[in-house]
Design a protein around this ligand. Sequence first.
Ligand code: RAM
Length: 331
Amino acid sequence: MSFLRKLMVTAAFSAAMFVNAAYAENVKIALVVKSLGNGFFDAANKGAEEAAKELGDVDIIYTGPTKATAEAQIEVVNSLIAQKVNAIAISANDADALVPALKKAMERGITVISWDSGVAPEGRQLHLNPSDTGLIGETIIKLAADYLPEGGDVAILSASSTATNQNAWIDAAKKILPEKFPKINLVATVYGDDDSAKSTDEAKGLLKSYPNLKAIIAPTTVGVVAAAQVVTDENLIGKVNVTGLALPSEFKKFIDNGSSQAVALWNPIDLGYSAVYLAYDVAVKKEEAKPGATLSIGRVGKVTLDDTNSAAMAPPFQFDKTNIEKFSKIY
Ligand code: RAM
């Protein structure tokens, strides 16, 4: 066989091998979270695995940094690009800082979506919000106001200061405060970085700086546990009500001991499940992520993208002593 012919046969053979390999291998979808060791994201991963099982040809890579920072997440994204994953579904620690790394991923043919905590539109193909942002903002204030008929001082203990989701909810909360909750006085917003130790210190700091504080609102499942533990340890049950967004399985004991009257959240399992479906719709089914497009999210239903290619799932659900037991067994 001539050298040229040999080369052509080899090339055809490797092309066939490549095509076969592409079909034989499962679709690799990376679920990138703000930080590992957070029960909320572990629950989302449960949903992601459920979706992978239903879809049949998907492998989930559940990953994220140990600390909830954008820098650490950029390293994770770069390593996923090197691993040649098919899709990245990220809950971002910063809306802008991740854009260059995620753009690089998209240039290499990787589908990129954000979920939970968004990335700026140029850094992703679509974004999935757990619920309407304005509604979450109003809910976190209402949760405090419902138990403060006379009004009073409240403070917010958030996640990281660059977290897209918490910042959007806090902005929405501040917007509706004067008109809808005139007796609620927001005295401070502090940041616990979704780190238990830092959140504990920040909660202690709030109680020290604001002795008249009536409620701590933590729109983060990590911060809300830390704050309720501090209120419990400092014998402030009945004086300071802790509320916000909490995972029932982690928070039930604080509803039980009275350090909190009520909290809210959406279903984190459904959120992770839906994020995987959306990544699959774009990466494998080649559905176009464009304003007005309706995409399938399996057993959860369908979502329609708005003019920023974002969609929202269901309204948040409230948990108190009447129902937290039941939900604590699910997530
Ligand atoms: C924490 C994270 C997450 C947020 C929940 C409510 O687990 O900050 O992004 O959605 O709280």
